[in-house]
Design a protein around this ligand. Sequence first.
Ligand SMILES: [Cu+2]
Length: 503
Amino acid sequence: MKRITWYLSGAALLMTLCLSACDRAEEAPAKSGSADTGGSLKGDFGPPQGQPIDAVLTLPPHVPPATGRTAPAKVIVKLDVIEKEMAISEGVTYTFWTFGGTVPGNFIRVRQGDTVEFHLRNMPESKMPHNIDLHGVTGPGGGAASSFTAPGHSSRFTFKALNAGLFVYHCATAPVGMHVANGMYGLILVEPPEGMPPVDKEYYVMQGDFYTTGKYREKGHQPFDMEKAIDEHPTYVLFNGSEGALTGDKALTAHVGDTVRLYVGNGGPNLVSSFHVIGEIFDKVWFEGGTRFQENVQTTLIPSGGAAIMDFHLEVPGSYVLVDHSIFRAFNKGALAILKADGAENKEIYSGKEVDYVYLGGRAQQNMNAVATAAAAAKTGDLSVEEQIAAGKALFAGTCSTCHQPEGQGMAGVFPPLAKSDYIAADPKRVPTFILHGLVGPVKVNGKDYNSNMPPMSQLTDDEVANISTYVLNSWGNPGGRVSKAEAAQIRQAKPANASEGH
Ligand SMILES: [Cu+2]
C-alpha cells in the first residue's frame, strides 16, 4: 500500500516537473525505435526526377544545406584531387594529398535514392594517380576501380545511393595507407528520405593520424614516415588536418540555446577515436553514422573509416573542447578543437568558471603565429631575440604557466616564482636545464624554501626550450640573455648537474 502511494506521488511530481521542462519532448517522436528501414532493399525510389542538380560541396568545417527534396534526383558531384603543401602545426609544413584542397575533403550531401554522377579530376600538377572509394556506394570497390585517375585526367562513374547514413570516402590507390595518411578522406551524407531533424548549427569535423619523420612540432617541412605509419605510432592526431584548424579565431561558434550537430568522421589510417566534447553530453548520437540514435552519451567510439552524428543543446556559454579522449593525443599530438558558445550565463545550470585556462592555456587564443614567425626566421638564420621572446611567450602559456602562473609569480609554498628569481639570476642556464631534466629536492628562491618536484618536459623540441628560456630570462625583472636551439640540444644530451646517483 505504501509502495503504491509512493509511486503515485512520484508520478504527480514528474507531471509537475513536466509542465516546465517537457516542451522539448513534444518534438516529433524520435526515429530510433525498432522499425526496420529495410536498408538498400528499400532504398531505391525509382528513376531520378527533374533536371540534374549540381551538388553543393563545402569546405570543412561547413556542411551543405539539407537537400530539402522529397523525390529522387540526379546529382552531379565534381571533386578535384589537389596535392599541396600546407601547415600541419605552427612552423611545420607537410605535403598533403587532398580531395578539394583541404583535409578532410569537400562535404557531399545527397538524399537516399539519388543517382550520383561522380566526376573525379586529378590536377595536372599532381605527382600521383588517385581514385575514390565511397563507403556509401553499393558495388565492389565503392567506386575505386572506376575512378583510377592519372595526373591531368578525370574519370566518371555513377551510383545510386541506396543506404542512408553518414559515410567516409577515401582514396584507395596503392599504397592505400599512404594516400589516406596524407589526408585523402572526407564525408558524404546520404540523408534519409524524410531528411535529418533540423538543428541550429551543423559542423563537419574529421579526425586523422599523421606520421612525420620529425617529432611532434619539429619545425620546417616534414616528410611522411612510412615506418611510423606501419608501426601505428602517429606524430600528430588532428581534427581537420592541422593543429589549430579549429581553435582560436578558427574555433567553431554557436549561441546559448542552439542545438549543435556535429558530423564527425575518422579517416584514420590507423587510430580509432574516442570522441568527446569536454563540458557537454551528446543528447543524441547516431552511432556509426547509421539510422538509430543513442541518447545521453559522454564519449562515442568512431572507428577508422567510420563516422557518427551527434547533437547537443547548449545551455551555458564558454569554450567546449572537442578531443579524442585517448587523452595524450589531445594534449600532446594535437587532437583538440574548440566550440565557442556565446550568450548569457546560467548560474543555475553551471556556476563554475571558463575552462580555457585549465585545459588550454594559450591554445584558447590564437597566439601561435609568433611560433611560426620564429620558425621561419630560424630557417633563414636571422632569428632575433624579440622573435624568440614572442614565440616563447606563446609556448609558456599552458606549458609552464599551469604551475608557475601566467606572470611567473608562482604560488606560495608550492611553485617558486620565475619572476625576479634570484635562483635564475645566479645561473641563467638553469632555465633550459630544468625544462629538459626537471628539478627535485630543496631549493631557496627569493628567500623562501621549496622542496618539491618539477617534472622534465623533454617532449618540447629544442627550439621550444630555447624560446621559452629566452622569454623567461627577458621577463619580469630577470637578467636577460638568450638560449639558442643548439644550446638546448647540448643540454638535452648532457646529464643534469643535479642528477642524483641512485635513480
Ligand atoms: Cu590518392
